[in-house]
Design a protein around this ligand. Structure first.
Ligand SMILES: *[C@@H]1O[C@H](CO)[C@@H](O)[C@H](O)[C@H]1NC(C)=O
Ligand SMILES: *[C@@H]1O[C@H](CO)[C@@H](O)[C@H](O)[C@H]1NC(C)=O
Ligand SMILES: *[C@@H]1O[C@H](CO)[C@@H](O)[C@H](O)[C@H]1NC(C)=O
Ligand SMILES: *[C@@H]1O[C@H](CO)[C@@H](O)[C@H](O)[C@H]1NC(C)=O
Ligand SMILES: *[C@@H]1O[C@H](CO)[C@@H](O)[C@H](O)[C@H]1NC(C)=O
Length: 316
């Protein structure tokens, strides 16, 4: 796709960016989440028969390659690094806003980059809809996994497989009358905080977390989407070292949210078809974001999941 220049002129800042589709699936595949490997390749989780893909965004016209279909799962969601070139992936058998056989897998490229070692670590039988996942920065073998239906965070020690609910609060759940019953969605841990989106409530929040992921402080809502308008809703996101978040916002944009709550659209938006159903964001080098999408139908045309590069040209 030809790069398209979008100029977003906003009250207090002017941001310009290029969006370039670097890959899309030729048949319908919903890309749900992503992570960057140390070599700069992206791993992509999908709702396509439990399949995990890899893509090298530095190549010309890259193609996604199958890493593996993870056993039992029909859909894969959160993915996070739990060591050097070693990842945890969560997936299960997808039903209607609920999953069975929710499972945590490990995918380890550290021994052989071409043939990763894949293990089924543990099933989490009490989980209903596991979604975003983040490892703790100083103890990356411990992961926090969002359950969008239970409104909680599971804490799993990937060395022992021991899992438990570490935190539960209404702010992580969807309201009982929500149209989309998805509460907590994306999760990231940075600078001593757990950051999270709640899709149904339209909130982006954070709370202090202890280094071992067992104690949590007071929840602070950083930003709110007006759920009554056409603002869309929030999916997964990335947070940079300054605590600035880039959030995938349905139906077609990326919101940049500062810890002050100031919010601007930095890619897509309006009638743009550059991003069709954004689902997750990775921060690459040199002001680049990599966005995954689920695809969808726009003006009667069906699109498959994409990987889109966003080049941020200016920051306020
Ligand atoms: C899925 O979970 C059910 C209920 O716990 C269990 O009976 C079944 O064996 C599991 N299936 C697989 C393939 O693990
Ligand atoms: C859910 O209930 C709240 C509180 O009564 C209300 O403000 C909100 O509009 C309702 N939302 C929907 C989707 O019905
Ligand atoms: C949920 O979190 C809020 C904000 O931290 C807190 O005020 C409230 O007491 C919590 N609710 C429960 C049931 O723990
Ligand atoms: C978006 O498309 C609608 C319908 O085609 C049109 O009325 C509207 O002016 C467009 N908005 C922008 C910002 O281009
Ligand atoms: C993939 O992207 C190309 C270029 O934008 C577009 O023409 C095509 O319709 C897309 N295919 C699918 C299946 O989304």
């Amino acid at each position: 796709m030809r790069p398209c220049l979008t100029l977003a002129v906003l009250a207090s800042s002017a941001l310009a960016q290029f969006t370039t589709q670097i890959f899309n699936f030729s048949s319908y595949v919903d890309i749900e989440n992503s992570v960057l490997r140390p070599n700069g390749h992206l791993l992509l989780t999908t709702f396509d028969q439990g399949r995990l893909y890899t893509l090298d965004p530095s190549r010309h016209a890259p193609q996604a390659q199958l890493v593996a279909a993870l056993p039992v799962a029909t859909a894969l969601c959160g993915i996070t690094a739990i060591g050097a070139d070693k990842f945890a992936v969560v997936g299960g058998i997808r039903g209607y806003y609920s999953y069975t056989n929710e499972t945590l897998y490990t995918v380890d490229f550290s021994g052989n980059s071409a043939e990763p070692t894949i293990r089924t670590l543990v099933q989490i039988p009490s989980a209903v809809m596991l979604n975003g996942m983040a490892a703790l920065p100083t103890q990356p073998h411990i992961v926090l996994i969002a359950d969008s239906r239970l409104g909680c965070l599971f804490r799993v020690d990937t060395r022992t497989g021991v899992s438990r609910i570490a935190f539960k609060n209404d702010s992580l759940a969807a309201p009982s009358n929500a149209t989309i019953p998805i509460g907590i969605n994306g999760v990231k841990v940075a600078g001593g905080y757990v950051y999270f989106t709640n899709t149904a409530r339209g909130t982006f929040s954070r709370m202090p977390v202890s280094a071992d992921g067992s104690k949590f402080g007071k929840i602070e809502v950083i930003a709110n989407l007006d759920m009554g308008t056409t603002d869309g809703n929030w999916d997964d996101f990335a947070v940079d070292a300054k605590g600035i978040a880039y959030v995938a916002q349905a139906e077609n944009s990326i919101a940049r949210i500062q810890s002050s709550g100031q919010r601007t659209i930095v890619a897509g938006g309006g009638n743009s078809t550059a991003l069709i159903g954004p689902t997750s964001v990775q921060i690459g080098g040199n002001g680049k974001l990599y966005v995954t999408t689920r695809g969808g139908t726009v003006d009667g045309v069906s699109y498959s999941g994409q990987v889109v590069e966003v080049q941020l040209l200016e920051h306020e």
